[in-house]
Ligand binder design. Structure first.
Ligand code: NAP
Length: 327
């Protein structure tokens, strides 16, 4: 049992896939909430969440889930957030904090905020958030309590947000192990367009291009995928619904970064065509230093090949020149 006093009496999670179920597990492990109620769109997911026992209660609807909740976190694809905010808005407890985990923040703010405005004396605090942590797996079985440890959680409170509510949400994510940063929604979307959204688009493209090469080549693609391609296939396995919504919701920033990327690909194309080895070497040295920096600040492991287990060579007799005479 955790020795931390709960930060919220009642936590409601709407959507219990990878992220929602990880929050449930982490919040319970850390005693961040007095009780946890979870719900999901489908009966199948709600049943699975109940079987896993990761929430104190599984609600049959979004409206039922938010009753009396002090913190409501919407953990569903960004394209669906507006409709859910409209549905739960009238049923929120006065003083409740509503947040989300969406990978795009401008669209979430635009779609959710109008339904979470103050009505009469009922004040609700809306503070969007994005835990920058995940895997390529989906669903309640994929979650784990340690997902957020030493990962960033970016809060994008509106300018008029209540400072005490922001502080409370910050404390919640800190207790779950995250490093919390605050920035504007627009800035978040620009930064994530280059660090996350564009890499996913490139992975989706490369894996698709390789697949388009045809049946014969395709088998070779699979056979020889131990090169860089294999790491792209991991990213390209990410959830299609989530990523469709991300690109539609962050269109402007992604197109801006894609434009820059295309210019840089053209420069490298020219260097290869012209046999400009110096330009290539300079560019690759710069990117190698960036990778080193990411490892140094603890955002990735320094273990070679991402720590993949490698098989050992079978024991074999030493070749004659090295073997002792009696072997
Ligand atoms: P997930 O594992 O696929 O779970 C999605 C959850 O949302 C499920 O409970 C699903 O319910 C529900 N859902 C799907 N469509 C819905 C709709 N139209 N209306 C209401 N509920 C709906 O997804 P996830 O990876 O947890 O992602 C959830 C959010 O976290 C997304 O906004 C994503 O941008 C963000 N995020 C993801 C990652 C990552 O790496 N995966 C990282 C950071 C942030 P059913 O199971 O009943 O269908």
């Amino acid at each position: 049992m955790s020795k931390n006093p709960p930060i919220f009496n009642r936590l409601a999670l709407i959507g219990t896939g990878l992220i929602g179920s990880s929050i449930a597990r982490a919040a319970r492990a850390q005693g961040a909430a007095g009780s946890i109620v979870a719900t999901a769109r489908s009966a199948a997911t709600r049943k699975r969440v109940a079987e896993l026992g990761i929430a104190d209660q599984v609600a049959e609807s979004n409206v039922a889930a938010v009753q009396d909740a002090d913190l409501v976190i919407v953990c569903i694809p960004v394209g669906a957030c507006g409709a859910v905010a409209r549905e739960i808005g009238p049923h929120l407890k006065a003083g409740a904090i509503v947040s989300d985990v969406g990978s795009v923040k401008g669209s979430v703010l635009r779609d959710m905020a109008p339904h979470l405005r103050l009505t009469g004396d009922k004040r609700v605090h809306f503070i969007p958030a994005h835990p920058v942590a995940g895997t390529e797996y989906s669903g309640p079985d994929a979650g784990f309590a340690e997902l957020f440890v030493n990962r960033w959680c970016i809060l994008t409170p509106p300018e008029d947000a209540d400072a005490a509510a922001v502080e409370k949400l910050n404390a919640f994510w800190t207790l779950l192990g995250a490093n919390v940063e605050t920035m504007s929604a627009d800035h978040h979307d620009l930064v994530l367009a280059i660090t996350s959204h564009l890499p996913h688009l490139i992975a989706y493209t490369i894996v698709g291009t390789a697949d388009d090469l045809g049946q014969v080549t395709r088998s070779e693609v699979l056979q020889f995928s131990a090169g860089g391609f294999r790491d792209f296939t991991r990213i390209a396995a990410s959830d299609p619904t989530m990523w469709r919504d991300v690109f539609l919701a962050n269109k402007d920033a992604v197109l801006e970064m894609l434009g820059r990327f295309n210019e840089d690909v053209s420069a490298l194309t020219r260097a290869i065509r012209n046999g400009d080895g110096d330009a290539l070497f300079k560019h690759f040295s710069r990117t190698r230093a960036i990778r080193k920096g990411i490892v140094e600040i603890g955002q990735d492991s320094a273990v070679p090949d991402f720590g993949r287990a490698h098989p050992h060579l079978p024991d074999a007799p030493l070749p004659r020149p090295y073997a002792a005479d009696n072997e």
